[in-house]
Design a protein around this ligand. Structure first.
Ligand code: C5P
Length: 230
């Protein structure tokens, strides 16, 4: 997987593996990888993730691990039977956990979850964090960079800020992508694909705008064109 390539990953947020395969068949020409999250993984386990490998697309296993250092590093070892290309852990799991995971000899690329795109300033304040989303994400990004994670997951709204402090090869993954301001559902800190790329995102994660569309192939093609032509 090339860290520097601008890419489109489709979130396979399905319980039924058959639905995931049908979707991939429709969009595989336009996407650069797939993201498998908790919905698919907990319903089907590693075996069905391994079956997705037949398409030859990189797999981002978005398990958002968040636990004590020993538990997370042992979980990363367990995940190696799937050999995903990327795996997510929460940066708020703490420095020791991140350090142990990053230093594992055999591991996928590890990306740190910063602030979920469904959260906004008010949510931070309610948790006692009196920072703007930008400053909070910047703090978490500095930790991820220092502890040598391979990348970060944030809203594209913070991508420019992260780009200004991270090494060139650092992967900036941005969910919360919408083609317009309709159908935001639970997402709050959203951006368009164009804005995400202009802000320095390397990997756009798109779920519902593609998978809930009547024509997933068309939407994926449209986003891919935007990404390629900026
Ligand atoms: O459907 P939608 O495009 O909003 O999907 C976004 C995907 O990205 C979901 O699978 C969600 O779990 C994931 N994600 C997110 N925010 C993060 C990290 C991952 O929305 N910070």
């Amino acid at each position: 997987m090339d860290n520097l390539k601008r890419s489109l990953f489709c979130a396979l947020d399905f319980k039924d593996p058959g639905d995931a395969h049908k979707l991939i068949e429709k969009v595989k020409k336009y996407i650069d990888g797939v993201k498998v999250g908790l919905e698919f993984f907990l319903a089907n386990g590693p075996i069905e993730v391994i079956k997705l490998k037949k398409y030859g697309l990189p797999i981002f296993l978005d398990l958002k691990l968040h636990d004590i250092p020993n538990t997370v590093s042992e979980a990363v070892k367990s995940v190696m039977k799937i050999k995903p290309d990327l795996l997510s852990v929460h940066i708020t799991g703490g420095r020791q956990m991140l350090k142990e995971v990053a230093s594992l000899k055999k591991r996928p690329k590890i990306v740190g979850i910063s602030m979920l795109t469904s959260l906004e300033k008010q949510d931070l304040n309610q948790m006692g964090i009196n920072l703007s989303p930008e400053n909070y994400v910047k703090k978490l990004a500095k930790i991820a960079i220092k502890l040598r994670l391979d990348g970060i997951v944030s809203s594209a709204r913070e991508a420019k800020l992260i780009r200004s402090i991270c090494p060139q090869e650092f992967i900036i993954i941005t969910p919360g992508i919408r083609l317009d301001s309709k159908n935001l559902a639970d997402q709050k800190r959203v951006t368009t694909p164009k804005h995400a790329i202009e802000n320095g995102a390397s990997m756009l994660i798109v779920g519902r705008p593609i998978i809930k569309s009547k024509n997933p192939g068309n939407v994926a093609k449209k986003i891919k064109n935007i990404i390629e032509n900026i």
